[in-house]
Design a protein around this ligand. Structure first.
Ligand SMILES: [Zn+2]
Length: 224
């Protein structure tokens, strides 16, 4: 809403992105450059292929900071999310969790309310007074269960890294440098404590993503 989407200024880079998309079976995507550097130093790039749009978007700060090879790896990763239906699968998982939470709430909260009805001053879940309890339940439920969707999300990230690496055909060094730059510019800890990663991270630690690529591809050198 607040950013200007413009055609990519670097025509060579735009051509490389079109070629990359075409290799993934995406013909003729719109390629945009977004002027975001005035608001944030964070790097961003994405691909959307929902509802008939095919659009590759790169923020100007990532174009500035990354080489063409590094950008191909990043965009290849984003295309991987799309090709492997990660967004839809994530939505389905979210719906399942909401249904599970609502089910547990309907089982558990009415009993709790009856037990404490004298203190609470109401006795039914349907009473508007139960809203804070419902919200508390949702917060606790989300906190306890979040390692599950986070683990799924990290698994998707590894898959997309591999997809992007193979699609872009960059070298392992290019991929490693891309992760390095992402961690510096986005101020993320490349190597967080394991429990923190397990509980809170929906992306794997960048050091592990580098290791994953090295482990899978170090024999043949590059993705193509
Ligand atoms: Zn990703």
């Amino acid at each position: 809403m607040f950013n200007k989407f413009e055609p990519m200024k670097d025509r060579n880079l735009a051509r490389e992105m079109t070629a990359l998309a075409s290799k993934a079976g995406i013909e003729d995507p719109d390629i945009f450059e977004v002027n975001a550097s005035k608001q944030s130093k964070k790097l961003n790039a994405y691909y959307t292929g929902m509802f008939g749009t095919r659009r590759i978007v790169l923020y100007d700060n990532i174009i500035e900071a990354f080489s063409a090879e590094e950008l191909k790896f990043v965009v290849g990763h984003e295309i991987g999310h799309y090709k492997m239906w990660h967004i839809w699968k994530g939505l389905i998982i979210a719906v399942v969790f909401v249904l599970a939470a609502t089910f547990l709430m309907s089982r558990f909260l009415p009993r709790l309310i009856l037990l404490g009805s004298r203190r609470f001053g109401f006795s039914r879940l349907g009473d508007i007074g139960s809203l804070p309890l419902i919200m508390l339940f949702a917060v606790v439920f989300t906190f306890i269960t979040q390692p599950i969707p986070n683990a799924v999300s990290r698994y998707y990230e590894y898959n997309s890294d591999e997809y992007g690496f193979e699609l872009s055909g960059v070298t392992i060094e290019d991929a490693a440098r891309t992760f390095d730059k992402l961690s510096v510019y986005n101020l993320s800890d490349p190597d967080p404590p394991a429990i923190i990663e397990f509980w809170f991270y929906d992306h794997p630690a960048l050091s592990k993503r580098v290791e994953n690529i090295k482990r899978l591809y170090s024999q043949n050198g590059s993705g193509s």
